[in-house]
Structures are given as structure tokens and as C-alpha cells.
Design a protein around this ligand. Structure first.
Ligand SMILES: Cc1cc2nc3c(=O)[nH]c(=O)nc-3n(C[C@H](O)[C@H](O)[C@H](O)COP(=O)(O)O)c2cc1C
Length: 189
């Protein structure tokens, strides 16, 4: 059985360090795990009127389907002004719509981030609060907080310390996925 993980980059930047974290995760994914990386740059800004009057725009529906079909999310966020970037919050807002049927509802998720000196710690604290609303099952440890600079070489994550943290983060995410599917299986009977 394949476990499908949806990687969500919080940065739209071409040479994004957070995209490099996701590339490292794709490369190191354990056997049986596939990580697809979503694009959130083409999602319009969330507008309740659009949702009510026209439904979900095409790019939004595509993203919501990707989230719904994934067994888990792997979010890589930069820190912008002590928080998460607007496009990431916007993507989460779109995926949070639908009440108990919202695509992100109770989804297992793991967080990591590359930013300045503190490696996105404040952004990840905010992100945890945001994800509480949809009852996501967020991995608590390890915290993967990567300061930019010489942890990257030619745009790729080369620090063995942080690569190892990502391996452990993926293992922790898989543990939550297994627990969640056992819980849901027990509820169904
Ligand atoms: C608008 C803006 C605000 C930022 N604010 C912070 C910040 O509050 N804390 C921090 O550590 N880095 C901050 N940074 C630096 C980014 O987190 C850092 O450049 C990161 O590598 C960007 O992610 P990316 O490489 O994936 O594009 C900021 C960058 C920008 C563009």
C-alpha cells in the first residue's frame, strides 16, 4: 500500500529554500511513501462571495482535491514578519471550507521550515495554531527549524543534521497516519 503525502511549499519563490526542504523529503521518503508537491501560487485570494456565488474556482478545486486525496500533508514554510506567508494561509483557508467535510479536516500533517536565524520557529508556532481549527493531527517532534545560509549548497539542503531531522519527521508522520487509519477503522467497525 502506498502512502500519499502532499507537500505544500509556503514560498512561491523559484529558488526557495523551503522547496529545497521538500525536494530533500521527496528524495529521502521511506519505501511505500510518495510525496507530490502542490502549487499554491495560482489560488485566488479567498473570498466568501466567490465561494457562495460561483463555488470553488478551478485551481482551488484542484488543490482541494489534492488535499482530500492525500493521506497526510507535509508543509514547508518560511517565516514572513514573524508568521506564515499570505499565500500559505490563503491555501489553508480554501482547504478549510466545507465544515466536517473540509479537505484538511483531521488530516495528519508535519511541519518544517527554512527562514532566518531562528529557522521559522515563530511561523511554525502560528501555523500550529491555524491548523488547530481543522483538528489536524500535527506531528509535535522533531521540530525542523532550518536557518538558511550554509545548510544549503547550490540551492539544495546538504546539512546532514537537518536531512536526518526530515527523515525522523517523515517517520513520525507515518506513525500518525497509521494511528489515524487504525482509529478510523475501529470507528467504522
Ligand atoms: C516579507 C519577508 C518577511 C520576512 N520575515 C522574516 C522573519 O520574520 N523571520 C525570519 O526568520 N525570516 C524572515 N524573512 C526571511 C525569509 O524567511 C527567508 O528568506 C526564507 O528563506 C524565505 O523562504 P524561501 O527561501 O523558501 O523563499 C522574511 C522574508 C520576507 C520576503
Amino acid at each position: 500500500m502506498t502512502i500519499n503525502v502532499l507537500g505544500i511549499p509556503g514560498s512561491l519563490r523559484r529558488d526557495s529554500l523551503n522547496r529545497a526542504l521538500l525536494r530533500a523529503a521527496v528524495e529521502m521518503a521511506p519505501k511505500g511513501v510518495e510525496i507530490e508537491v502542490a502549487e499554491i501560487g495560482d489560488l485566488p485570494l479567498y473570498n466568501w462571495d466567490v465561494e457562495m456565488e460561483q463555488g470553488f474556482p478551478e485551481s482551488v478545486q484542484r488543490f482541494r482535491d489534492q488535499v482530500a486525496q492525500a493521506d497526510a500533508l507535509l508543509i514547508a514554510t518560511p517565516e514572513y514578519n514573524n508568521s506564515i506567508p499570505g499565500p500559505l494561509k490563503n491555501a489553508i483557508d480554501w482547504a478549510s471550507r466545507g465544515g466536517p467535510d473540509a479537505p484538511i479536516k483531521e488530516k495528519p500533517a508535519a511541519l518544517m521550515g527554512a527562514a532566518g536565524r531562528l529557522g521559522s520557529v515563530r511561523a511554525q508556532m502560528h501555523l500550529r495554531t491555524v491548523l488547530l481549527h481543522g483538528d489536524l493531527r500535527v506531528v509535535q517532534k522533531p521540530e525542523v527549524l532550518v536557518p538558511g545560509g550554509d545548510n544549503f549548497t547550490s540551492g539544495e539542503l546538504t546539512s546532514e543534521r537537518y536531512r536526518d531531522q526530515i527523515r525522523r519527521l517523515l517517520d513520525a508522520l507515518l506513525t500518525i497516519v497509521a494511528k489515524e487509519s487504525a482509529r478510523v477503522g475501529a470507528e467504522v467497525g
